[in-house]
Write a protein that binds this ligand. Structure first.
Ligand code: UDP
Length: 413
């Protein structure tokens, strides 16, 4: 099959860990590569954010990244990209004139708009699938006025869900949300994200660490990731005489400026009096992460909400137990009492208690970590995710086209 992926802000070529570069970049890169390994031709369309980028880059065997001109060729925050989607759609449709795809798969709601519009502008349109990676309705519920998404997201995003031939949800929680948005259940497939099991593995080098048990947090540094809660938990443990160190990896400004969230977290570290046991290390390339995961006794993921969460899979792949908020994708991936411990979001006491449970019983922690590795090996390899995605593509190609027109989306505008 010829497969077009559209990922407007999240290029497979980006550096990870900044405010707008994380799981979606990893997902698109790994899924495209794994589909190409199955013999498909994949083009990933992304917005040109640097004038020096060539039109097309060979990313992996069978995978090309195509930079489409849409707005200024420089970094633009993802929440400001909506006005450029018509130009992105036009550029994609032009490319399809010479390379007509069988399937087009949009990633994130704005890419969905561009994908559907490009399909509408194509004489023999591809089947259109959509993965949201995050839903505005959930973001608004948790972030309220702090949500910087454009207001149009509220009606355009459900329109993309209803307009696509099939929506791929990455976890069961997201499938429930999509149903509430009016996406028919028979057009939703649940396929998780995956993890690179060769790269993230329990055996190998271990990063240097101190004598205290090490708690690790990895991710983009944005408030909803709940890193502040983890810092507070460390202070509660210190007050209880439980001595642990916390390493936080991630964060960094796109143009080398300061990162406001890292600054906020640094202030919290000072306020809670835990500067002697918390290190904010900033962004690391993914190639450097496995030894860092292996240097930890446990990994904490304490988001307020989480559409999927690849970090817990990486931690489990490295054989580490995970303390996770019981939200979104983490409900499916982390099994309470078997591969980690679930806690309520925004509850520093609960995070502290869960960390304590694992550091006082290293044998149990090791058991949970080993079970985590077995779980991801059985369910979350990218090869398995790609095979499931291919099945969803084939099922969509066989189904009669029921949607995917601008008129369908116009009805909800
Ligand atoms: N990541 C990284 N370096 C960093 C911070 C994060 O490579 O300094 C990667 C991390 O390994 C993971 C991804 O960014 O693969 C984050 O994905 P996740 O799904 O957990 O969160 P999202 O960014 O999608 O909210």
């Amino acid at each position: 099959m010829r497969i077009a992926m559209v990922s407007e802000h999240a290029s497979p070529l980006a550096t990870l860990g900044g405010a707008d570069a994380g799981g979606q970049n990893v997902h698109v890169a790994a899924l495209a590569t794994a589909l190409a390994r199955r013999g498909h031709d994949v083009r990933v369309y992304t917005r040109r954010d640097d004038a020096a980028l060539p039109r097309s880059v060979d990313f992996a065997p069978g995978v090309e990244v195509v930079h489409v001109d849409a707005g200024r060729p420089e970094h633009v925050a993802k929440d400001d990209l909506l006005p450029f989607m018509p130009a992105l759609a036009e550029g994609i449709a032009e490319d399809w004139a010479g390379w007509p795809p069988d399937v087009a798969h949009g990633h994130f709601w704005m890419s969905g708009l561009a994908t559907l519009d490009a399909a509408d502008a194509t004489a023999d349109p591809p089947a259109v699938l959509q993965t949201f990676h995050a839903l505005g309705v959930v973001k608004r519920r948790h972030q309220g006025a702090a949500d910087t998404s454009p207001p149009e997201r509220e009606w355009l995003e459900p329109g993309v869900g209803r307009g696509a031939d099939r929506v791929v949800a990455t976890c069961s929680d997201e499938a429930f949300e999509l149903k509430k948005l009016g996406v028919p259940q028979d057009r939703i497939s649940v396929i998780p994200c995956g993890v690179d099991l060769q790269h993230f593995r329990p055996d190998g080098d271990t990063a240097a660490r101190g004598d205290r048990p090490r708690v690790l947090v990895v991710g983009r540094m944005v408030p909803r990731k709940g890193v502040g809660t983890v810092i507070e938990a460390i202070s509660l443990l210190a007050a209880d005489g439980v001595d642990v160190e916390l390493l936080v990896v991630g964060g960094g400004a796109p143009a080398g400026g300061t990162d406001p969230e890292l600054d906020r977290l640094a202030a919290l570290v000072t306020r809670f009096g835990v500067a002697d046991r918390v290190e904010l290390r900033g962004q690391l390339p993914q190639s450097d992460l496995p030894p860092v995961y292996r240097s930890a006794d446990l990994v904490v993921c304490a988001p307020w909400y989480e559409p999927f969460g690849i970090v817990p899979l990486e931690a489990m792949a490295c054989g580490r137990p995970v303390v996770a908020s019981s939200v979104g994708g983490l409900i499916d991936t982390v099994v309470h009492g078997r591969t980690g411990l679930h806690v309520q979001p925004r509850d520093a006491r609960a995070v502290a208690d869960a960390i304590r449970e694992l550091v006082v019983d290293p044998e149990r922690a090791a058991r949970l970590g080993a079970a985590g590795r077995r779980r991801v090996a059985a369910r979350y390899s990218w090869d398995r995710v790609a095979a499931d995605t291919e099945r969803a593509y084939l099922a969509t190609l066989r189904a009669p086209r029921t949607a995917g027109t601008a008129a369908t989306r116009g009805a909800v505008r």
